[in-house]
Design a protein around this ligand. Structure first.
Ligand code: ATP
Ligand code: MG
Length: 334
């Protein structure tokens, strides 16, 4: 008997332009996983309403995120690529799962506390229950692996808690999903000014977007934070330099990385050269994705076809889980 492929789920919020963090934290893994697993990847439009409730921006953002995923190598023939709001089963399971989530534990989530600080005028209940909805996105497909960046590690832990709680109260239904990255650790791409991670909705000039034009990429890197060399051989590498080297490891050749590692070690490093080199390598990496995404965005008929087909498969799988959840809970009267 053929063994069933393991199920994988991951989502990206349509809150703006995709950046290097999204690529290396999430999409690069999607592209590899599509060859081995049964993959469900989605655009998390409901999630975006917690922070970006502007109807004017939503459709364009959704289409761009789709285009940028496909331009990065995601193949809609191999994965189910869909939009969250096309799967109403998620909303119902979210309602049911909210009965198992405690307000106290949700209030303690660091990302919730961050948002309270960032948007005190709009501390909506959706923000509080964000980890419940995210858990349901994953659990409803009965996924076991979730390719995400480091910032989502804690949310994944909550998904496991909710799965356990449901299974203990009502009977076994959900596997416990784990965060996944092909390397050893989950990835976090720091912003170029060293303040926090690269992000779609914050830190615009310190984030490298997959849509950035060549010149802008070079300029952003030119302005990236570097400390001056210490001149003392053996001194520990400051975080700003380590961040640039980390970026080099992702887009430059190994000998370039080695050259600048050596240059730091013997304190002959010239940051201007280093940033120019990184700029050129970054342009080579980003430009093809950017151009392909532009073409795809002009082909909305194709993108619509993709999400329709993706939703059909994702809905069928979600509906089975929801039906089982209802039965276990006792919602079955005729
Ligand atoms: P927003 O600021 O709107 O929340 P975001 O950049 O954090 O946008 P998300 O849509 O929340 O992006 O996350 C999409 C995926 O990208 C997740 O798997 C997340 O872990 C990953 N990710 C986001 N930022 C980074 C980063 N700087 N480094 C590594 N992975 C990241
Ligand atoms: Mg985020």
């Amino acid at each position: 008997m053929a063994t069933e492929k393991e199920i994988v789920v991951s989502g990206i919020r349509p809150t703006g332009y995709l950046h290097l963090g999204n690529y290396f934290g999430a999409i690069r893994n999607y592209v590899r996983m599509q060859e081995e697993f049964n993959c469900y990847f989605f655009v998390a439009d409901w999630h975006s309403l917690t922070t970006h409730p502007d109807p004017k921006d939503l459709p364009g953002n959704v289409m761009r995120v789709l285009a940028e995923n496909i331009a990065s190598g995601l193949d809609p023939e191999k994965v189910s690529l869909y939009v969250q709001s096309d799967i109403p089963e998620i909303a119902e399971l979210y309602l049911l799962m909210n009965m198992l989530a405690y307000v106290g534990e949700l209030e303690k989530v660091p990302t919730f506390k961050d948002k309270v600080r960032l948007q005190p005028q709009n501390v909506n209940a959706g923000l509080l229950t964000y980890p419940v909805l995210m858990s349901v996105d994953i659990l409803i497909q009965r996924a076991v692996k979730v390719p995400v960046g480091k910032d989502q590690g804690q949310h994944l832990e909550m998904a496991r808690n909710f799965a356990q709680r449901f299974n203990a109260r009502y009977g076994d239904l959900f596997p416990e999903p784990v965060a996944f990255n092909y390397g050893d650790n989950l990835i976090r791409i720091q912003s170029l000014d060293g303040k926090g991670k690269m992000s779609k909705s914050e830190n615009e000039f310190a984030t490298l977007y997959l849509a950035d034009e060549d010149q802008l990429i070079r300029e952003k890197l030119k302005k990236a934070k570097t400390d001056s060399g210490t001149g003392v051989i053996g001194s520990p590498m400051p975080e700003s330099v380590a961040n640039l080297l980390d970026l080099m490891k992702l887009v430059s050749t190994p000998d370039v990385v080695q050259f600048y590692e050596n240059a730091w070690n013997n304190q002959t490093i010239r940051f201007k050269d280093m940033k120019e080199q990184l700029g050129e390598d970054m342009v080579k990496f980003i430009a093809p994705i950017r151009e392909k995404a532009k073409d795809l965005q002009n082909n909305t008929d194709y993108l619509k076809k993709v999400i329709k087909a993706g939703a059909e498969k994702a809905r069928a799988n979600a509906a089975q889980t929801l039906q089982e959840a209802r039965r276990l809970i006792g919602i079955k009267y005729y």
